[in-house]
Design a binder for this molecule. Structure first.
Ligand SMILES: [Zn+2]
Length: 207
């Protein structure tokens, strides 16, 4: 569980899984007509020593005690939608031994996710899964997303327990591309998880 002294994160600068350490917090609530308390906090990565800034707005109510504000902050920091961390934490780890083109595509996924651009991150994951299928199994380019996922499944990339998630992203994949439906963080993270699993299996573990 996170608290305001330490936030578990994948550092947006060096990509390592770390606990970001709090250096200094600021609270701006001195305005008489304020509707929110502006709270920001500076954190440092213990690995690369770079800084990240956390910004959040807490609902303002006159006369709220310091202890109440502290409780609000502690609960908000455990809800990823309540604050913005810059640079954004990477949503998934980097993968070793990737070919250059896939590495830059995966980096784009991580940056998009780090900036909460979940639809862009998910679309890029689909491109990666198609690319991998063409590359590894001599599949034709330009087929449906479902056919590439089916091929990866036939090649036993997915453990049985992962299949409900895989089926979910395959079905949504075929729907969302043409109707511009946007993606939630939760849905996109499933696609990122599956893509990470495939990339690790091919390039990091199989070597
Ligand atoms: Zn770092």
């Amino acid at each position: 569980m996170n608290n305001l002294d330490l936030i578990d994160s994948i550092c947006g600068t060096c990509g390592k899984e770390v606990g970001l350490i709090e250096l200094r917090a600021y609270v701006n609530d001195g305005y008489s007509n304020a509707s929110a308390i502006n709270y920001f906090d500076v954190f440092m990565c213990p690995r690369c020593k770079s800084g990240s800034v956390l910004n959040m707005k807490l609902p303002y109510r006159q006369g709220r005690s310091d202890m109440e504000v502290q409780m609000l902050k502690d609960s908000a920091v455990n809800n990823r939608d309540m604050y913005v961390l810059s640079p954004g934490p990477l949503p998934m780890p980097r993968v070793k031994n990737l070919p250059d083109d896939i590495e830059s595509a995966w980096e784009e996924v991580l940056n998009a996710g780090g900036a909460s651009a979940w639809t862009a991150a998910e679309l890029m994951c689909r491109k990666i899964l198609m690319h991998v299928s063409v590359d590894q199994f001599d599949m034709e380019a330009g087929l449906s997303f479902a056919s590439y996922v089916k091929k990866l499944d036939e090649e036993r990339f997915f453990p049985r327990m992962m299949m409900p998630v895989v089926d979910g992203i395959r079905e949504r994949g075929n729907r969302a591309t043409h109707d511009l439906a946007s993606t939630t963080r939760e849905q996109a993270m499933k696609t990122l998880d599956v893509t990470h699993h495939v990339l690790r299996t091919i390039y990091e573990i199989s070597i």
